[in-house]
Design a protein around this ligand. Structure first.
Ligand code: 13P
Ligand code: SF4
Length: 333
C-alpha cells in the first residue's frame, strides 16, 4: 500500500513504513534482476492485461489473448515468458514449438478451460456429425486439437460470420460468449455449457447501484459475462477492445465488468478518467480478480528466468493437430 493512500489519511506507524520501504526496495531489486536475466537468456516477456501491475510494467508486450498469440509468432527471442494462464502458454508453444515457453506458475489454470474436458467435448462432437467446431482460445491444447477454428473474444464475431449463414456450428466452451455471438449474428450455434467463474460473479444489483451513484458512467463488459449483465453494458468486447474504447470515448467515468487487472492499463492510459471495478456478488470484495492470473508474481517471474522453468510442454501429436485451427484463426482475423 502506498503510504499516501492509507484509508482515512492516517500516517503509517514507523514499523509499517519500514516494512513498506523494504517491500518496495526488494521489488525494485527483483525488477532489476528480471531485466538483466531477460537479456542474458534472450527472453521476451509477454503479459496479459489481467496480470499484476508490477508484471505488466516489466513486460515487453501486454495484450489480450489474440494479441499475445499474434506477437508470439513474430519474436526472434529463444525464450518466451508468458505471464498469463496455462492455455496462453500452450498457444504460444503450439505456434512456436522450437522455442522455450515458460509460464512462471504453470498451475495458473482457467476455470473456463477446465469446464471443457477433451474426452467429453470429443463425445459431444461425435453426437453431432456434420458440425463445424469453433472453440474459444480458453481451452486446453487437446480441445484445440478437436477444433476446426479457434477464436478469441476479439475476433469471434468476425470468424463466425465468415461461415455461411446456414453452417451448422458447435461453439465451446463459453456459453456466455456463445450466446452473445448468437445474439449479434442471428446464428443458432450449438453451445457447450461452460463458463468462467470470474465473469459469472458480477452483481447486476451492485452495478445498477453504482450507475445511480455515477449516472454518467459507461458500463464496459467482457462477453464472458452472462446475458443480464451484457444487456446493461454500453460496450461489450475483449480486454483490448474495452481498453481502446475507454481511451477513445469522450466519457469520463467507466464501470468495468471484467477482471480488475485491466484497470491498471486503463488508469495508465487515461489518468484523467475514473475507472470503477464492477463488484462481484460476494459482499466481502470490491473488485473481481482471477486467482489463476494472480498466481504469477514478481518473485516467480524472477525464478523462472533464473532456472528457465517451469516450461510449457505440449505433446507433438497434439501440436500437429492444434496448430492448424489457431493459424486459421490468425489468418481470418
Ligand atoms: P481476452 O481474450 O479478452 O484477453 O480475455 C481472456 C480471458 O481469459 C478473459 O477472461
Ligand atoms: Fe479463465 Fe476466467 Fe481467469 Fe479468464 S478470468 S483466465 S476465463 S478463469
Amino acid at each position: 500500500m502506498n503510504v499516501e493512500n492509507r484509508p482515512g489519511g492516517a500516517p503509517a506507524p514507523e514499523a509499517c513504513r519500514e516494512e513498506i520501504k523494504a517491500t518496495q526496495s526488494s521489488a525494485a531489486d527483483m525488477a532489476r534482476d528480471i531485466l538483466r536475466l531477460k537479456k542474458e537468456k534472450d527472453a521476451v516477456i509477454l503479459a496479459h492485461y489481467y496480470q499484476r501491475p508490477e508484471i505488466q510494467d516489466l513486460a515487453d508486450y501486454i495484450g489480450d489473448s489474440l494479441a499475445l498469440a499474434r506477437i508470439a509468432t513474430t519474436l526472434p527471442n529463444k525464450v518466451i515468458v508468458l505471464c498469463g494462464v496455462h492455455f496462453m502458454g500452450e498457444t504460444a508453444k503450439i505456434l512456436c514449438p522450437d522455442k522455450t515457453v515458460i509460464v512462471p506458475d504453470t498451475s495458473a489454470g482457467c476455470s473456463l478451460a477446465d469446464s471443457c474436458p477433451a474426452p467429453e467435448f470429443e463425445a459431444f462432437i461425435k453426437e453431432h456429425p456434420g458440425y463445424t467446431v469453433i472453440s474459444y482460445v480458453n481451452t486446453s491444447a487437446a480441445v484445440k486439437a478437436l477444433t476446426d477454428v479457434v477464436v478469441t473474444s476479439g475476433n469471434a464475431r468476425k470468424i463466425v460470420e465468415s461461415f455461411p449463414a446456414d453452417e451448422k456450428i458447435i461453439f465451446g466452451p463459453d456459453r456466455n460468449l456463445g450466446n452473445y455471438i448468437n445474439s449479434v449474428t442471428g446464428r443458432s450455434m450449438l453451445l457447450w455449457d461452460g463458463a468462467c467463474h470470474v465473469h459469472e460473479q458480477f452483481s447486476l444489483e451492485k452495478i445498477v447501484a453504482l450507475k445511480k451513484e455515477h449516472p454518467e458512467a459507461l458500463v464496459l463488459a467482457h462477453p464472458e459475462c452472462p446475458k443480464h449483465l451484457l444487456m446493461v453494458a454500453d460496450k461489450v468486447g475483449s480486454t483490448a477492445v474495452l481498453l481502446d474504447y475507454a481511451v477513445n470515448s469522450p466519457a469520463r467515468e467507466f464501470i468495468v465488468a471484467t477482471e480488475s487487472g485491466i484497470l491498471h492499463k486503463m488508469r495508465q492510459a487515461c489518468p484523467d478518467k475514473t475507472f470503477i471495478p464492477a463488484p462481484p456478488n460476494d459482499s466481502t470484495c470490491a473488485c473481481n480478480e482471477c486467482s489463476f492470473m494472480k498466481l504469477n508474481t514478481l518473485s516467480k517471474l524472477l525464478e523462472s528466468l533464473r532456472t528457465l522453468s517451469p516450461q510449457v510442454e505440449v505433446d507433438a501429436a497434439i501440436i500437429d493437430r492444434a496448430r492448424r485451427p489457431i493459424e486459421r484463426m490468425l489468418s481470418l482475423s
